[in-house]
Design a protein around this ligand. Structure first.
Ligand code: DGY
Length: 321
């Protein structure tokens, strides 16, 4: 009987994923559910054939250089791969995969929650009821920004961006988008394409970010781009924290140029930016865009499918290079 490949799973994945993994792999697990240290990952790379990791495991260039030749593949349990230095892993011949598609609906759900929460002052409103301070009502009480029929700008019209557009159409929002490539007409569903990103900012009463974090997209939301936006706009981010220059957004939230922000991602994670916590017009969540039971199973299974393909001599469907 041929030996099962050895697989290190970095975090506690769904129980169905864990059970399935054990059918085909000799699985190594951490004792506690926390990100592994660099040293641990270097050591493990000499003991296992594959890593199944999350975005909490940072494989920078320095770590990638020190990974041992036994490690052949890193299957990410995430669609984002900005935590991996792809060039460095490529130069070592380590295959990298991710889990696109399966988390689009869950992430777009959270984006809609962020949008609604920021627009309708969910933080302030909930706090006042919870703290027993709701002692009056008037027509001028907790007046927010209407979502229905407003213009929604989407940056990054991939799978999650398109799922967000579908959700927003339920609110009769007018969809505008910027993407590297224009979508075919049948996928656009009448969304307005802006080749120049500046033009998109100008029409975005609401703006939702769905592009990957790269050198090109770092600080995409900054003082200049915020200035282009209509007054009172709302910004939503369930993609990656580094897309936003947080200081610029904080200033705009304080001045009122931006009336609200819905954020699931931060430059520093875990933890976030305590300056946002002081602002009542920020609706925040702790990077839980894909955190539904159904999606966690689907992410785990997709990562395992990529590993299965690799170990049976095929190209994994989500191989990044
Ligand atoms: C992703 O898949 O990139 C999500 O942010 C969760 O890691």
């Amino acid at each position: 009987m041929s030996k099962k490949p050895r697989l290190w799973i970095s975090r506690f994945l769904s129980s169905s994923t864990m059970n399935k993994a054990k059918e085909s792999y000799e699985v190594y697990l951490p004792e506690i559910d926390k990100p592994a240290s660099k040293e641990e990952m270097i050591r493990l790379s000499s003991e296992v054939d594959a890593f199944l990791i999350c975005h909490s495991e940072i494989i920078d260039s320095d770590l990638a250089q020190q990974l041992k030749p036994r490690l052949k593949i890193i299957a990410n349990h995430s669609v984002g791969v900005d935590h991996c230095n792809l060039e460095a892993l490529n130069s070592k011949g380590i295959v990298v995969t991710n889990t696109p598609d399966v988390l689009s609906d869950a992430t777009a759900e959270i984006s809609m929650l962020l949008l609604l929460g920021a627009a309708r002052r969910a933080v302030e409103a909930q706090k006042i009821v919870r703290e027993g301070r709701w002692d009056s009502w008037s027509p001028s009480f907790m007046v927010g920004k209407q979502v229905t029929s407003q213009r929604l700008g989407i940056i990054g019209m991939g799978r999650v961006g398109q799922a967000m557009a579908r959700n927003a159409r339920g609110f009769n929002m007018q969809i505008h988008y910027h993407n590297r490539k224009r979508l075919p007409q049948e996928q656009e569903c009448e969304a307005v394409y802006h080749r120049e990103i500046e033009e998109l900012f100008k029409v975005s009463d609401f703006l939702s970010l769905h592009c990957p974090a790269t050198k090109m997209t770092r600080d995409l939301i900054n003082e200049k781009t915020i200035d282009l936006m209509p007054d009172d706009a709302v910004i939503v981010n369930a993609a990656r924290g580094t897309l936003i220059d947080e200081e610029a957004l904080i200033s705009a939230l304080i001045s009122g140029k931006i009336s609200g922000a819905g954020l699931d991602c931060f430059v520093k994670e875990p933890g976030g930016n305590p300056k946002f916590s002081k602002l009542k017009n920020v609706f925040m969540l702790p990077h839980i865009g894909s955190a539904t039971a159904k999606t966690r199973d689907a992410m785990g299974f997709r990562a395992l499918e990529n590993l299965d393909a690799f170990f049976s001599g095929q190209n994994p469907v989500d191989q990044i290079f």
